[in-house]
Design a protein around this ligand. Structure first.
Ligand code: AMP
Length: 114
């Protein structure tokens, strides 16, 4: 989708600091970090949110979760710990409507989940 910010990052149209990439998935640093280490993992193909990931895409879901391990290692936070978050829809305040997981860490995170 040409008007989707993360599709434009995936296509290289808009620059981002890539941390990890494979055929299906791209991970890059969040432009407005909410923790000392904050990356985003996206599928290269457009899906609005987790709601759009159907059973035929279980391989992609596994790939996104597997990428979280690689991103955590690349950020050096796999042993210290990290949080994986996907905001879905208005109550979760999803602001970019292209499925993504936040990887947050590099410090002790808040014990509040909301
Ligand atoms: P969400 O609120 O869960 O939809 O998260 C969207 C995230 O995208 C926010 O944490 C933003 O800081 C991040 N973001 C927005 N634009 C960019 C960009 N150009 N490069 C990297 N991260 C971005």
């Amino acid at each position: 989708m040409s008007d989707c910010l993360f599709c434009r990052i995936a296509s290289g149209d808009i620059p981002a600091e890539t941390i990890y990439e494979n055929e299906q998935v791209l991970a890059f640093r969040d432009i407005n970090p909410q923790a000392k280490a904050h990356a985003l993992i996206i599928p290269k193909k457009h899906l609005d949110s987790l709601n759009d990931l159907n059973q035929t895409e279980d391989g992609l879901l596994a790939g996104l979760l597997r990428a979280a391990q690689d991103v955590a290692k690349a950020l050096g936070i796999d042993q210290s710990g990290y949080r994986l978050v996907s905001n879905c829809g208005p109550d979760a305040r999803q602001s970019v409507h292209h499925l993504h997981f936040h990887v947050l860490g590099g410090e002790t995170l808040s014990d509040r989940m909301v």
